[in-house]
Design a protein around this ligand. Structure first.
Ligand code: HEC
Length: 296
């Protein structure tokens, strides 16, 4: 049974062209593996409710088109789909922060600033083709059920050697609508660290990079398994090993799936160490590193 959100007016207008609907039916149950699950804070629904959108209904919303080249589409590709900001305005209670969750527990967080600057698109067609005809990702993974991509991407900021990075997940199964502050709260540096520039830089980098696969307080991806506190303990216990993992994970963890950041310079790696150390369990963080290393 569908539940219509959006302009009530739309219901009284004559059947519009297939790409100009201003509402979309929400379903209480999944009816196909290709449905898009939505959650978080949904307009008109109690917190924590989950609903499902049908691919065919998404295709009836107004569509954006862009020609792009990115990590998922290595040759110029025409993508068509619904802008995430439009979906948020239609379905979200606050239309503020969007979280995309993937079948491999990777997730992308889209802040209000990111949405305004980059206008990401929930891709529904690739070179005009519906998804039964999509190519695989360059890794060989399937791109379906949903991919998020961008009109050509211009980085907004640079923190040390980390540049604002396109958040272009594939295999997206669920989208959540939240308040930005709530999503970032579990990884904010504690008040006494807010004046520390290194910790603050590390926070901004970790928020856009590590948080896609490592989690804290129920937010962030879980593909990396280790939580923010685990990473904090690793950074405090052995900063050199921690820096090497970020730079080139497979040099420390054979067969690592974590992508390396060979472009991060020493200042960037140190900022990440300083930031994560603030999350270590107290007994480790309070012990000076040199002292611990000299123990037999
Ligand atoms: C695309 C997903 C992904 C991203 C992004 C990512 N990691 Fe990981 N990370 C993993 C996975 C998966 C593992 C488990 C080992 C493996 O298979 O690579 C891991 C393991 C680790 C480990 C070793 C385990 C531990 O607790 O000591 C550390 C340290 C780590 N990550 C730090 C980071 C930091 C810091 C960042 C951000 C600069 C980051 N990771 C970004 C996926 C990711």
């Amino acid at each position: 049974m569908g539940f219509l959100v959006g302009l009530l007016l739309a219901m009284f207008l004559p059947a519009a062209a297939p790409t100009s609907q201003s509402s979309i039916p929400l379903y209480a149950q999944r009816t196909s593996p290709g449905d898009l699950e939505i959650g978080g804070e949904l307009a008109g629904l109690p917190a924590g409710a989950t609903r499902y959108l049908h691919y065919d209904d998404l295709l009836r919303l107004p569509q954006e088109t862009a020609t792009i080249t990115d990590d998922n589409f290595r040759a110029p590709t025409r993508i068509t789909g619904v802008s995430l900001a439009r979906l948020a305005a239609l379905l979200g209670k606050h239309a503020d922060m969007i979280v995309a969750i993937c079948y491999d527990s990777y997730r992308s967080n889209y802040s209000p600033e990111y949405l305004a600057a980059h206008d990401p698109i929930l891709v529904l067609r690739v070179n005009g083709q519906t998804r039964d005809r999509w190519p695989k990702a360059p890794s060989g993974d399937r791109l379906t059920p949903y991919v998020i991509s961008h009109p050509p991407f211009t980085p907004r900021f640079k923190v040390l050697s980390h540049e604002d990075e396109a958040q272009i997940p594939y295999g997206v199964t669920r989208i959540e609508f939240h308040r930005g502050a709530q999503v970032y709260a579990p990884i904010l540096p504690a008040a006494r660290w807010r004046g520390n520039a290194m910790v603050q830089d590390g926070y901004l980098i970790a928020r856009e990079d590590c948080f896609r696969c490592h989690s804290s307080g129920g937010e962030g991806g879980t593909m990396g398994h280790s939580s923010w506190i685990d990473l904090g303990n690793s950074a405090a216990r052995d900063p050199e090993r921690f820096r090497r993992i970020i730079h080139d994970p497979s040099s420390v963890l054979p067969g690592a799936r974590m992508p390396g950041e060979p472009g991060y310079d020493a200042a960037t790696l140190n900022a990440l160490v300083e930031y994560f150390r603030t999350f270590a369990s107290l007994n480790i963080a309070s012990e000076p590193v040199a002292e611990r290393e000299s123990k037999p």
